[in-house]
Design a protein around this ligand. Structure first.
Ligand SMILES: [Zn+2]
Length: 133
């Protein structure tokens, strides 16, 4: 019984961690890709003041809530999409791991989710430039 609880706690922890990383990546990808910018470099920066974002301000969901959705330097709002994308990614990834464990199917489901979610976000934003940051 105790082993099952520990297994599910590990699934929960890994799901939140990987989901946060995935959500952070998708946020960057869906911002830069439609603009033809590199998704490899430079490091994450504020779209308003161009300052590189400190590692402590890049913790998914947590940093957004702590900074109240604003840049720590110029205080311009980032937009809610950061919080929404990271939260959805963490939720989906955690649910997939809780249901399927660390199986091949689980990882494939998460990859398919990431691809479809990216396409959905980019399509949804077309023609709505104000929502991009
Ligand atoms: Zn800024």
């Amino acid at each position: 019984m105790g082993d099952v609880i520990i297994e599910y706690l590990i699934r929960l922890f890994v799901g939140l961690l990987l989901g946060g990383i995935l959500g952070s990546f998708l946020t960057m990808l869906t911002y830069r890709w439609p603009r033809g910018k590199s998704i490899v470099a430079p490091r994450s920066y504020c779209p308003a003041c161009q300052k590189k974002i400190d590692w402590k301000d890049m913790v998914p969901v947590y940093s957004y809530l702590m900074l109240k959705g604003k840049c720590s330097n110029c205080k311009k709002p980032y937009g809610r999409s950061y919080l929404v994308i990271e939260t959805v990614s963490m939720t989906v990834t955690t649910l997939v791991f809780l249901l399927y464990g660390f199986t091949f199917q689980a990882f494939m489901l998460i990859i398919v989710f990431g691809v479809l979610y990216t396409i959905g976000i980019i399509m949804d934003r077309q023609g709505k430039d104000k929502d991009l940051i």
